[in-house]
Write a protein that binds this ligand. Structure first.
Ligand code: NAP
Length: 270
């Protein structure tokens, strides 16, 4: 049995889709009551204990309101007590790098270290920015307003979330990826403005960007990660997605084409 946390989110929903397509048994965790799902909250240890009962492998996705590993650690405590064997953790590119005296992705790193120390079989997935982050700006795109650019001239190999999910499923359903730490990049380096230009071409209408300015207003954890990316830290492409999936990683343009509808006026939330 596989427990999918973050099951209603960007990556988890694709993991759920892929496991369903393959007929692999799983439990989808959400804070809300959902048909066939398990209701649990990282803030509620008793709910986690129930969610992991009888589970062999966990897909671990956390989005803590403050950047600490507390949600990961709560799940790991429950998992250890229940005898869970494997953890596949959604982490982030650059976790553990140093930038301006701080650690990039410090809470992801702390969670990764706890997984390793906890005696689990593990796979760490470390993607850069998801192509789907552009959906955060859908209302601005629809209104013809410029979208905020946090990363300026720096490039990242933006990844299609469907590829991240496919790698997660490979790691959850086989042993070939045990003990691996993958930087799950897309196939090409793009600035944010280049992503906007591709989206503009695909949508056939202007998608402008505006410099988001200083990062001072952001929470410290985010500021370090974005500052590191902005300084060019994440400007690299790996072959980890093609190596795991046996096909090229999806391009940003392909993602944009597949999600054109989501940017048209009146589209509902995904
Ligand atoms: N976006 C990026 O570019 C990017 C890049 C690299 C790494 N990452 C990492 O990816 C992770 C986010 O993945 P995602 O974008 O797939 O997530 P997401 O779309 O934000 O969804 C996360 C899900 O977590 C669930 N959740 C939130 N709080 C919870 C709680 N207290 N207890 C139980 N479940 C809770 C929510 O489900 P319910 O509402 O149904 O409970 C939500 O659907 C983060 O760790 C982030 O650091 C993101």
């Amino acid at each position: 049995m596989i427990l999918v946390t973050g099951a209603t989110g960007t990556i988890g929903s694709h993991v759920v889709r892929l496991l369903t397509e393959r007929g692999v048994p799983f439990r989808a965790m959400s804070r809300r009551e959902r048909p066939g799902g398990v209701r649990a909250d990282f803030e509620d240890p008793a709910s986690l204990a129930a969610a992991v009962a009888g589970v062999d492998s966990v897909f671990l996705v956390t989005v803590p309101p403050v950047p600490t590993a507390d949600h990961d650690l709560a799940l790991l405590t429950a998992a250890r007590a229940a005898g869970v064997r494997k953890i596949v953790k959604l982490s982030a590119i650059g976790s553990g790098e140093r930038f301006e005296g701080a650690t990039v992705g410090a809470w992801h790193l702390a969670a990764e270290e706890a997984i390793e120390a906890g005696g689990f079989v593990w796979t760490m997935l470390r993607p850069p920015s998801f192509a789907s982050n552009l959906l955060w700006h859908r209302a601005l795109v629809q209104a013809g307003e410029p979208i905020p650019d946090l990363t300026g001239d720096s490039r990242q190999a933006v990844v299609d979330p469907r590829d991240v999910a496919a790698v997660a499923v490979a790691a959850l359903t086989g042993d070939a990826h045990d003990g691996r730490r993958y930087d799950l990049t897309g196939p090409e380096l793009l600035t944010f403005a280049e992503q906007a230009a591709i989206l503009e071409r695909v949508l056939g209408r202007p998608v402008r960007t505006t410099d988001a300015g200083a990062l001072d207003g952001l929470p410290a954890g985010m500021r370090t990660g974005i500052g590191w990316a902005r300084s060019g830290g994440a400007a690299y492409v790996t072959d980890h997605v093609p190596r795991v999936l046996g096909r090229p990683a999806g391009t940003f343009e392909r993602w944009a084409r597949d999600h054109r509808e989501a940017f048209t006026a009146g589209a509902s939330n995904p």
